[in-house]
Design a protein around this ligand. Sequence first.
Ligand code: THU
Length: 131
Amino acid sequence: MKEKLIEEAIQIRSRAYVPYSHFPVGAALLTKSGKVYIGCNIENAAYPSTCCAERVAIFKAISDGEMEFAEMAVAADTKRPVPPCGTCRQVMSEFFSPDMTIHLTNLNKDVHTLTTDQLLPFSFQKEDMDE
Ligand code: THU
């Protein structure tokens, strides 16, 4: 499944809307029910309104009623496997288990696999708001 997710993440970069950065990113998210949700980055003339590929894939899945996730791949044309931004790491920590694996890759298919907790250790969680 890892190879399929990586391939899907690379392919969906072709749908990225990136007129400002010209930096297409792709993501593929496998649910525990066996579905794959793909996402690409979607930019905006008001730059902070941009949504990264990872969050597009995650929000597509959540809005489709999926809440249980198994594995993710993220791909971009980078020298090293692409590191997700801080906002995406926080969103991953909300919806992924701490030990879920995320495969970061590039077009050479160098792969760096990390868990959610490794990507964002000591992350803010809903339990932190409990009294
Ligand atoms: N970007 C992603 O989509 N995912 C990442 O992991 C890193 C950054 C996007 C946001 C923006 O459209 C472009 O890459 C440059 O930052």
